[in-house]
Design a protein around this ligand. Structure first.
Ligand code: ZN
Length: 308
């Protein structure tokens, strides 16, 4: 069995995360020669509307652990509530292009994070396509070429969103929490776009829990890496790129000192598609320890040898 490999996926949710977290992460990763995939929120920052989530079950538990105000900042929490939500890609196209110029993979997180995360499963197929088309158009405006990958806001995926990905002809997508890459099936329908799941828990799912003291978290995460697997760790520009940036630097240093190989997600996806024999598995709605609500999770395999 070969040594564990690790891919870093960066979800960028907000205007402030794009402005402050993205450049910090870019510098951190560049100086260590570590590849990563930056997934951008391209439309309005309506994070403030997420305040509505406070009234959902499970939210208070999460607030008390991580303190949402200190993670996101008061200004961010007001975006889209009293202040109009700023258009992130229009305001920060240079920052986004700088990431691509540094050689990092870039892709779509969403057009409107709050809307996608809260509404995806209530939208018509046409409305989902329209929302994804807005993200694709904004991406193309910034980067001058079509997006090759996407990883949905809040790990929210449905038959409609997977159909939109297939229509867009993405190389692969990264929407799901799971075990290993697979071709997704929903209600008997198999989709063409490979899913590369996030395999490790996120920092904000572990932070503040007495069983996971902060100074043990890097070792805990590294102990989860399986020989022969390519693990995917999702981080957030607003967390690991801001208040937890020192923790993240320490995590990377520890991983490098243990000889963990960092692999770009796109490379791993291309290798798997070339090699063939990828599982076909159900994509279900499920829960993840430490995160409120349901999201796309990998179900049992239905077959092997799926191809696009
Ligand atoms: Zn997100």
């Amino acid at each position: 069995m070969s040594a564990p490999r690790l891919s870093i996926k960066i979800d960028v949710d907000t205007e402030r995360g794009t402005r402050e977290g993205v450049p910090a992460l870019r510098r951190l990763l560049e100086s260590r020669h570590i590849p990563a995939t930056f997934l951008f929120s391209l439309g309005p920052d309506n994070t403030g509307r997420a305040i509505r989530r406070m009234f959902r079950p499970g939210f208070f538990q999460k607030v008390s652990r991580t303190s949402v105000v200190s993670v996101y900042g008061l200004r961010t929490l007001m975006n889209g509530v009293l202040l109009p939500g700023p258009n992130i890609s229009r305001r920060h196209a240079d920052i986004m292009r700088g990431v691509a110029r540094s050689g990092f993979e870039t892709g779509i997180h969403c057009w409107d994070h709050v809307f996608w995360q809260d509404k995806l499963h209530k939208l018509s197929r046409a409305r989902v396509s329209e929302e994804f088309a807005k993200a694709r158009a904004a991406y193309e405006d910034v980067f001058g070429e079509p997006a090759r990958t996407a990883g949905a806001a809040g790990w929210q995926a449905s038959a409609s969103s997977l159909a939109a990905y297939d229509e867009a002809g993405l190389d692969y997508a990264t929407d799901v929490r799971g075990d290993h890459p697979f071709y997704p099936v929903i209600e008997g329908r198999q989709f063409r776009t490979l899913q590369v799941p996030t395999t490790l828990p996120t920092l904000d799912e572990l932070m503040g829990r007495p069983e996971y003291p902060l100074d043990m978290l890097a070792d805990f995460l590294l102990s989860r890496l399986r020989p022969g697997y390519n693990e995917v760790f999702t981080i957030h520009a607003e967390i690991e790129g801001m208040m937890m940036v020192d923790w993240f630097a320490g995590f990377l240093d520890r991983a490098q000192s243990r000889g963990i190989e960092f692999v770009a997600q796109a490379e791993e996806a291309a290798r798997l598609m070339e090699q063939g024999g990828v599982d076909v598995a159900e994509l279900r709605q499920g829960e993840v320890d430490g995160r409120s609500g349901t999201m796309a999770v990998q179900g049992p395999a239905c077959a092997k040898g799926g191809t696009a």
